[in-house]
Design a protein around this ligand. Structure first.
Ligand code: SAH
Ligand code: SF4
Length: 351
């Protein structure tokens, strides 16, 4: 039986059952799938030649049909506080960022899901640059592989999908990557240590609720009224607050999982006591918690970071209103220049 040569597919984009299919198609015994998985995620080799218990001729074929590393180049920048940014160049020349954030015994990796982003949030450097293309699951998993090499001997403990791009606009590849991260026989990051962040793509929230995954979900809110939110987040015109928060409430109802609402504080824009009260009224019924992030200044956006006192007062008002609130601090200073947005990852400082 002759079949068409398949388009090459990155090795890191396949789940365990997919490798069984690859074995079947190549008339190899099923146990080979486990061997491959072990090489990829336990030995973590980055070339097929090293997988010495596989037949040599098949290794050559796999190197063509399922190439390993997706990167043409890797560049590393380390900030004074230990935040490490990796700039990875894909085979087609697209540059994407992935960031390692150490905090006490935790080491969090922030991965990207798209080159660019189509959602155009006002203060987001990635959004300002526009959308280029979706990343393949293998390119998302590959960020982890590159970062875990850079982090060694420390191990990555947590993963946040908060880099460049909107995960729910590249839903399938993102979820496939999450399942590879989560696979107990492989990378093995517990679902509760994986956080997906969306700007409010309602169909994605609804779909995630049905996945039977225990991952954490963050929703970027940034404003308590439709008028203000539509001004800074065009996505709000498609899925306004009422619809978004209804989907969030349903999500919590169905999964039992509490959503974290991200709220970037911008001086004079969304940081007044009235904004806090309006936010309280919105979040309370949804039973969510709130992460406050002081704006990281972005070139081309005129907004400013509120003073620490304003941020703290805002946080206090929310927590006095009964919300679970975290105020984050800026991390990764000194490597900001080339970093669109990922410099914005912060370490938590509870108020
Ligand atoms: N697209 C997804 C995930 C990536 S952005 C989302 O929007 O949720 C991760 C978070 O960083 C979002 O909450 C985003 O609004 C926030 N962010 C983007 N630019 C920022 C800036 N300049 N200062 C502070 N937070 C920013
Ligand atoms: Fe895209 Fe998120 Fe940036 Fe908005 S904040 S433009 S959704 S990456």
């Amino acid at each position: 039986m002759n079949s068409e040569p398949a388009t090459p597919r990155l090795a890191w984009s396949l789940l365990q059952p997919d490798w069984l299919e690859v074995c079947k198609a190549a008339r190899q015994p099923a146990f080979r799938a486990r061997q491959i998985w072990k090489w990829l995620y336990q030995e973590r080799v980055d070339n097929w030649e090293s997988m010495t218990n596989l037949p040599a001729a098949w290794r050559k074929e796999l190197a063509v049909s399922h190439p390993l590393t997706p990167w043409a180049a890797e560049e590393r920048q380390v900030a004074d506080d230990g935040v490490t940014k990796l700039l990875l160049t894909c085979r087609d020349g697209q540059a994407i960022e992935t960031v390692l954030i150490p905090a006490d015994e935790r080491l969090t990796l922030c991965v990207s899901t798209q080159a660019g982003c189509a959602f155009g949030c006002a203060f987001c450097a990635t959004g300002r640059g526009g959308y280029v293309r979706d990343l393949d699951a293998g390119e998302i998993v590959g960020q982890y592989m590159a970062a875990s090499r850079a982090a060694a001997p420390r191990r990555i403990t947590n993963l946040v999908v908060m880099g460049m791009g909107e995960p729910f606009a590249n839903y399938d590849a993102t979820l496939r990557a999450v399942r590879i991260f989560n696979d107990y026989d492989g990378i093995g990051i517990g679902a509760r240590r994986i956080t997906l962040s969306t700007c409010g793509v309602v169909p994605g929230i609804r779909r995630l609720a049905g996945e039977n995954l225990q991952v954490e979900l963050s929703v970027s809110l940034h404003a308590p009224t439709d008028e203000l939110r539509s001004r800074i987040m065009p996505v709000n015109r498609k899925w306004p607050l009422a619809e978004l928060l209804e989907a969030c409430a349903e999500y919590t109802e169905r999964t039992g999982r509490i959503i974290t609402f991200e709220y970037t504080l911008v001086d004079g824009l969304n940081d007044s006591p009235e904004h806090a009260d309006a936010l309280l009224a919105r979040i309370r019924p949804v039973r969510g918690r709130v992460n406050l992030i002081p704006l990281s200044p972005v070139e081309g956006y005129e907004g400013r970071t509120p003073t620490r006192a304003t941020c703290e007062a805002y946080a206090r008002r929310l927590s006095q209103g009964g919300l679970n609130v975290t105020l984050r601090q800026s991390r990764g200073g000194g490597i900001d220049a080339a970093c669109g947005q990922l410099r914005l990852r912060r370490s938590a400082a509870r108020t």
